[in-house]
Design a protein around this ligand. Structure first.
Ligand code: ATP
Ligand code: PRP
Ligand code: MG
Length: 295
């Protein structure tokens, strides 16, 4: 008897779709070019993708229709706060993209500046269970007004006094004259699965993909830095490298005063870092992307 194929639920279109497919491809999965918009069969591993609405993903995984799913943590936690089968799920891996924050916000310069000010008021949100839970935990009684989207217009329409919605750049809040005052949840894309009762055969395939995904995620946040450093500034330069393990030091042909330093930096390398390195005497600074990494 042939082994079952691993079924992963991925958003069909939207903010998680591209990042999810991109991650899976970088983990080595190859798909036949777009024959079916709702189902993609990997050619080189026993993996099928189900392309669905993101809101359905927690329940598809909980019910066993799919084995794993890629979804925003906000959607997972909302389904869990609402009760039901999503409570049988856990986060197998944090995926490091689609970062956003679920925040309470109200009119800039208005009377509502903290959750305590929401007593007796109305809060519009697409995340009614998480919002209610947050307020309940603080002993605040407020009315929840559920909206599917465009939540930021609610105060202007006098549907609600405040909102609880996702914020990324903050541009939507600002455009609507709103200011955030508290964070309900920090979110990013996550890989979810049932906590118990998984098939060990499909799980073995998932484990291979997760190990690769860890490498892809780590390498996308990691850079390889090469530079020439004056010998007497080595310690200062080394201390400026963000999240670097012990660097490699090598001789530079024909130079006694300078060495080459190579290091893997596990944190983002900003222009400011390069300028600070240069100020310490580093020269020929190269920042290279790392394509794959197994730690
Ligand atoms: N402004 C944002 N910046 C970054 N990530 C976001 C932002 N808004 C939402 N997200 C994340 O991306 C996920 C999907 O957002 P998207 O807008 O594509 O969903 P949707 O409109 O519910 O799509 P669907 O049609 O599949 O139901 C959200 O659940 C959240 O985790
Ligand atoms: O902080 P920003 O970068 O401005 O992003 C936040 C906005 O993005 C999302 O909306 P989306 O575009 O998905 O529209 P929606 O209201 O239909 O959900 C979210 O619901 C906010 O409205
Ligand atoms: Mg949705």
């Amino acid at each position: 008897m042939t082994s079952p194929r691993l079924r992963i639920a991925v958003q069909s279109k939207g903010r998680l779709a591209e990042g999810g497919m991109d991650l899976l491809k970088r983990c080595g999965l190859r798909f036949a070019y777009g024959r079916d918009k709702l189902h993609q069969r990997a050619e080189n591993m026993p993996v099928d993708l189900m392309l669905v609405r993101d809101d359905d993903i927690p329940n598809f995984v909980a019910s066993g229709a799919c084995d794993y799913g890629i979804v925003g943590e906000n959607v997972l936690r909302e389904e869990q706060a609402a009760g039901g089968r999503a409570r049988e799920l856990d986060v197998a891996l944090r995926l490091g993209f689609a970062g956003c924050t679920l925040k309470l916000a109200a009119a800039q310069g208005g009377d509502i500046r903290s959750s305590a000010d929401l007593a007796g008021k109305a809060v519009a949100t697409s995340y009614p269970a998480l919002t209610a839970q947050y307020l309940r935990e603080r002993g605040i009684e407020a009315e929840i007004v559920e909206m599917r989207g465009s939540v930021e217009v609610a105060p202007r329409l006098r549907i609600a006094d405040a909102i609880c919605d996702l914020v990324s750049s903050g541009a939507t809040l600002q455009a609507n004259g709103l200011a955030a005052f508290e964070t309900v949840l920090e979110s990013e894309a996550v890989l979810i699965r049932r906590s118990t009762g998984r098939d060990p055969r499909t799980d073995a395939v998932a484990n291979v993909l997760m190990r690769r995904a860890e490498g892809v995620i780590a390498s996308s946040q990691t850079k390889y830095i090469m530079l020439n450093a004056p010998k007497d500034r080595l310690e200062a330069i080394r201390n400026l490298l963000p999240g670097a393990d012990a660097p490699t030091i090598a001789r530079v042909a024909g130079r006694d005063d300078v060495v080459a330093m190579h290091a893997v930096c596990r944190e983002r390398v900003f222009w400011e870092t390069l300028e600070a390195l240069e100020a310490e005497g580093a020269r020929a600074i190269l920042v290279l992307p790392i394509e794959k990494m197994l730690a």
